[in-house]
Design a protein around this ligand. Sequence first.
Ligand code: PGA
Length: 262
Amino acid sequence: MNKKQKYIVANWKMNGTKSMLEEWINRIFLKAKNNSFDEDSVEVILCPPAVLVDRAFLMAQTYNAQNDFYLSIGAQDVHQKENGAYTGDVGAGTIKEAGAKFVILGHSERREYHNESNRVVNQKVNTAINNGLIPVICIGEKELVRNSGEAKSFIEKQLLESIPENIDIRRIVIAYEPVWSIGTGKTPTIEEIEEMVDHIKYVVAKNRKISENNVAVLYGGSVKSDNSTEIMSLEEVDGVLVGGASLDPDDFFDIIKSSITQ
Ligand code: PGA
């Protein structure tokens, strides 16, 4: 994974239809045509609901072949087991075959509403990697934890427990998403983002005895086109994970643009 590359991830959560997907991809590529991109500097990843991954991949594949702009596809979750009697769940192999390159794992909404523990996230990361997917592992503290001054130690524990021991850290992406910032319009200050991203890189690099340059960390939580330039300008921030503002292709494209104007 190229350290200098920034990742811009659209997390549609439980939103989207076939027609919305088609309009969104058409619009993004139309806008991209009118802008010049340094292709190597940014990887844009769309994570629609699982049922739309296949269609998103086929559309992106056609456009990618005809344009300078490149769109990768990701999923929002996979099960920790390879396959089996888990009604309603989706396996990593199925998601990979549908065209996903990335998969978001351990999002706070999965942790909250599906009781996903660090241990389960850890298993999911292994399964995703074994199936050739790049996990985007989400971590982040709740407001109570931040106010108690324990955010750094909480994040450290989440990191060390959610990331399997023997994996190549260059094959994963970490997303720091303070839970209190998701969908609320509230964000940490730019200094607080910098401090926590630095801390995450330090903890992982020290624990795995690798260089901090090999640890990719995104910021997520109320990223919009009016704060993305500042966030993306931080040297240590390797990109952003965008929820609400990714649903509108024009807003999302402005966020993409903010990364290439750095
Ligand atoms: P938000 O969501 O951008 O709507 O705050 C981010 C996320 O949950 O990944």
